[in-house]
Ligand binder design. Sequence first.
Ligand code: ADP
Length: 518
Amino acid sequence: MPRHNNPISRKVISLLSGGFFQRILAGNSFSRYKEVFDQAGYAIMLIDDKTNRFIKVNRAACELFGYTVEELYGMTPLDLSTEPEEDRVILGQKPENAIVRPSRRKDGKIIIVKIQTRHSERFHVSLVSDVTEEYRIRSTLELNEERLREAQRIGRFGWWEYRPKTNMYFGSEEISRIFNDEVSNLSFTYQDNISYTHPEDRSYLISAIQDANEKKKESYTLTYRIITPKGNVKAITVNSNAKYDENGRLLYRYGTCQDITETQRIMDDLIAARRQAEESDRLKTTFLANFSHEIRTPLNAMLGFLNILTSMNTTEAEKDEMVKLIEINSQRLLRLINDMIDMSRIESNSMEIKYTNFEINGFIRSMASSLNYELETAGKKNLKITAVVDKNKKAVYQYIDELRLSQIFSNLVSNAIKFTEGGEIKYGYRISKSENRYTITYFVSDTGQGIEPYRLDDIFLPFVQYWNEDVPKVQGAGLGLAICKRLTELMKGRIWVESLPGKGSSFLFSFSTPVMIE
Ligand code: ADP
């Protein structure tokens, strides 16, 4: 492919455009140089500055454009142009640097030509060569390169290379986007690569690379996390291939790197959603089993007691006992149904909260009698219940729904009674003050069986129940704590638990609503 900017073409140009050539045209030594002109491998075209017509063209020029010498002499460079009149860059005129543009041959075929021009006093000389093929190949290459770049960008996927000799990694545009969040000149050392890696994945990466080097692995794939300088955590999959010399020394590593953060996130979400669906399915099945048991047991008991009650030979003392048992069982049934109703109200966002400035000290004390009654009916003789209030404060108010507050206490104390055989249950509150603001932390603590640490997160979920194998299963449908959690949250608060297995549990809750103290 002829090139105008090589030394020979430069020489031709200067020869043609210099005063020497003008002398040739004037007739001096014409025959000596006519041969050079005619035999030149380039199309050479001289254009008159005044008329803008071709005044001299060589054979290569005729072949290139398909015209005879005579035809070309009648023409101007504009006649070879493919562009609209006003846009035409006149062949042979400015700019001085080589230009590449389309031209039309006599047979109508469009060719891409490269034109290099030199100006003289009366005319200018253009060296023209056909670069159609070169242009086509370059355009195809550029298009392919662009497509590849786009594919890499869309697929978040780049190539990289590592040379142990220089200890440097370098890679494509996309690699810098993955590692630096933007396109930049990315090249880094092995140590830099490690420092990009998420601290928790570093030892994994180092040992995988060491292992690959020791075993002279031809290729391997790793998935790990990196942290970009902007602090973004990304999951990447790196494929690495190695080239070794004949002595088994590593020459270079190369491969691909793909940002799979999004894919990973979708996968994680899918797995979590599936787990959640399975879990809720399992919980609902368990709940249904429990629920039917919880309904059937007190109903059966009540029917049985009613039978005995109506039988002829039941004594008065036995009748009193039966009535008491029927009452306990109907309470149990009512509580279960209330829990169900509350839970569905909360879930459907129709639980109404009625705030008032509610006095806490009196409220805590007033609960004692009903809680002691519950303890009594549970038959736990070695257990006592103590109310804890701040005796130094005459009255303590919190802006709260009293009904819901008492419901939370009642659920927690019922649980404490259920899961504690002996010792003490304390319930009440503590006040703390910071930056002139009071916070009330309510609590119910017991000396019961406690909760294993790994269960602590789950117990606030609906239908979750646990019981120890050495302790018989107690009543309940697994809704109590879920209701407490939802109610505290509805009143801008939170609930949490501290527990030591075998020692006891403390359930604590507080609200961010205003507190007033007298
Ligand atoms: P239920 O009491 O109906 O089982 P809850 O939601 O009230 O449902 O409680 C869920 C689980 O939390 C219980 O099954 C039990 O394992 C645990 N739990 C709750 N309170 C206590 C407590 N005071 N001591 C020990 N475990 C408790």
